[in-house]
Design a protein around this ligand. Sequence first.
Ligand code: PRP
Ligand code: URA
Length: 216
Amino acid sequence: MTLQLRVYVPPHPLIKHWLAVARDVATPPVLFRSAITELGRWLTYEAAREWLPTMETMVQSPLDSCPATLIDPEVPVAVVPILRAGLGLLEGAQSLLPLASIYHLGLVRNEETLEPTCYLNKLPEKFDPQTRVLITDPMLATGGSIMLAMAELTQRGIDPAMTRIVCVVAAPPALQKLSAAYAGLNVYTATIDEIVNNQGYIVPGLGDAGDRIYGT
Ligand code: PRP
Ligand code: URA
C-alpha cells in the first residue's frame, strides 16, 4: 500500500459551529478562546480514531465477565502544541488525552520573510519510536512552521505515520509541502481555505489566531 498524506475535514455540526464563531471578526477574545478550545476537543476526538493505542482485556460486569477494550497506558502519547496559537487547541485536546505528555514548541514567523524561527524547544532528545504524536496549531498557511515542527520531531525518531496534526484552517501551500515530505501523515482540520495572501494570511481564514486568542 502506498502511504500518502490524508486530510480529514470532519462533517460535524459542532466543528462547523465553532469554526463560524472563530471566523467572525465580531467575536471577542474570550469567546474566540472558547471556540478554539472546542475545536481542539472535537478535532482531537476525530483524530484519535485508529490512532490512540488500545488493549484487549476482560472485565467483570455485575452479571458476567465480557471482553473489553481499554486505552493502553504503556504506549506513549505526546501532544506538541506550537506556541503561541497551538496552546489554544491544547486544553480541548488534553481533556481527551489526560495521560499524554505535553512537549511545547515555540515558533514565530518573521513578519516580512514569513520564515519561522524556534524560540522554545521542550522536545526530548529522542522519542520512543512507538510514540503517538498529536501536533496542535490552528493555522497551516505557507507551511513553514509545520514543516519546521515536523523536522524537529522526525529527527528525534517520530514516525510520520503515527503523527496527527490538529488545526483549524489549512491552506494548499502547507498541505502540498507536507504531502511531498511526509507520506502517511494525517491532518484533521475544520476547513481548507484556498488562498494565502502576500502577507502570509489565510483568506478568509480567521485572522491572526495567536493575537485573537490572547487579545494582543
Ligand atoms: C501562526 C500560526 C502558525 C503559523 C502558520 O503563528 O499559529 O504557527 O503562523 O503560518 P505558516 O504556515 O505560514 O508558517 P505565528 O508565527 O503568527 O505565531 P503566534 O502563534 O505566536 O501568533
Ligand atoms: N497565522 C495566522 O495566525 N493566521 C493566518 O492566517 C496565517 C498564519
